[in-house]
Structure formats: structure tokens, C-alpha cells
Design a protein around this ligand. Structure first.
Ligand code: ATP
Length: 203
């Protein structure tokens, strides 16, 4: 999976709509302290489904919305869109989207939570998390290395390190699908028991 373009609006310090293209090769983001470099990486993690306000350096998720300055009022929403190009290998799993370019958008309204869209169609947070997990990337994957992450990897417990390796291998989505399948199986078994009881009553 390759990141092609990032669009931000009302996200943290990006009060005006901003667009960043990622061309083939190495891309660097440079600027003075506090200009918003880390906010760019956080926007990528956020649109991929980050659910912890703490890892967005905030107390609540609404803190990602532009909070206002002495000269500008706060905004009521933040929106981030990520255009990615998926390789054939990324498009695996049940109901997966085909390879090619897709745009994932996350929008948060103050006090109303987040909503996700893929190519303009409403989807669940879980769908977005699976989409990135299958491509071995995502909010918690080793593909995104934020400040302090290296020391966190060194200090991680073996179980945490295993989770990182699974993310890197692109198999963490399989755990979610397995849990879903087990739930469906349990529901089907309960239905069969109920059916047996109904049939027994009819005889
Ligand atoms: P450094 O080089 O010091 O690591 P940086 O370029 O990575 O800095 P960031 O940490 O990305 O900068 O950005 C910090 C800036 O973002 C601060 O000026 C902060 O006020 C601003 N900021 C963060 N959240 C919000 C918000 N919700 N509303 C407005 N501004 C915000």
C-alpha cells in the first residue's frame, strides 16, 4: 500500500484545508518547532482508526479539532482524507475492496464522535481498521514510527512485541475475523438448540 495524498481540514493546527502529495521516492516534512510536523503523522494514524485520545496527545478525541487561537474561533469539526494505492496483495480477505486507488475519510463533529467513508461510502470504523491491517499498516502498526516509539519497542513485553510482529506481517486482521466467525458460530449453535426445542414441542 502506498500513501498518495493527505487532505486535512480543521485537524489540530491545520485550520485551513491543506493538501500534501506524496510523490514516489523519499518525502520529508521540515519546519520549525511546533509548526505541526507531528500533527501530520498523527492525522495519518487518526484516519487509519486511532481510537486513543492519549496517543493523539489529547484528553478526549474532540481535542483533534482546531481549538481556536486569539485571532481565530475554534472549529466544530475536523476531517482527514487519505488517498492510498493498494497493491494486489493488500486486497485480501472476505469482502475486500479491489486493488487500486481508494480514499479513506474520517470526520469528527464536536460532541458527536467520528464517522468514516471509503470512496464516499459510509463504512464502520472496524472496516477501516481491517482494510489497513490487511495491508500490514494501520494506527498501531510498525509502519508508523512516532516519537518515543523506538524505546517503547525495546521496553515492550513479549506479548506486546508479538502483536507488533503480527501487525507487520499483516495478519492482525485475521484475529478480528476469527472472533467474528466464532460469534456467528455460537449464535448459529444457539439457534439450532432453539430449533430442536421448537421441533420437540411440535411432536
Ligand atoms: P516539534 O518539532 O517541536 O516536535 P512539530 O512541528 O512536530 O514540533 P506539532 O507537535 O505537530 O509540531 O504541533 C504542535 C502545534 O499544534 C502547537 O502549536 C499546538 O498549539 C498546535 N495544536 C495541537 N492541537 C491543536 C488544536 N486542537 N487546535 C489548534 N492547535 C493545535
Amino acid at each position: 500500500m502506498k500513501v498518495r495524498r493527505l487532505k486535512l481540514s480543521g485537524f489540530k493546527s491545520f485550520v485551513e484545508p491543506a493538501e500534501l502529495s506524496v510523490e514516489p521516492g523519499l518525502t520529508g516534512v521540515v519546519g520549525p518547532n511546533g509548526c505541526g510536523k507531528s500533527n501530520v503523522l498523527e492525522a495519518i494514524r487518526w484516519v487509519m482508526g486511532e481510537s486513543s485520545p492519549k496517543s493523539m496527545r489529547g484528553a478526549g478525541m474532540d481535542d483533534v479539532i482546531f481549538a481556536g487561537t486569539a485571532l481565530r474561533p475554534a472549529r466544530d469539526f475536523a476531517e482527514v482524507s487519505l488517498l492510498v494505492e493498494r497493491d494486489a496483495g493488500d486486497a485480501q480477505g472476505e469482502g475486500a475492496l479491489p486493488a487500486g486507488e481508494i480514499e479513506v475519510t474520517r470526520r469528527i463533529e464536536r460532541g458527536a464522535g467520528s464517522a468514516y467513508r471509503v470512496n464516499g461510502r459510509d463504512v464502520r470504523a472496524k472496516d477501516v481498521a481491517l482494510l489497513f491491517a490487511d495491508a500490514a499498516t494501520g494506527a498501531h502498526s510498525p509502519a508508523l514510527v512516532s516519537q518515543g516509539r523506538i524505546s517503547a519497542v525495546i521496553a515492550a513485553k513479549p506479548t506486546e512485541r508479538r502483536a507488533m510482529l503480527e501487525e507487520a506481517a499483516g495478519i492482525s486482521g485475521l484475529h478480528v475475523r476469527r472472533k467474528d466467525a466464532e460469534q456467528k458460530l455460537r449464535a448459529a449453535e444457539a439457534n439450532l438448540v432453539r430449533l430442536d426445542e421448537v421441533l420437540g414441542d411440535m411432536e
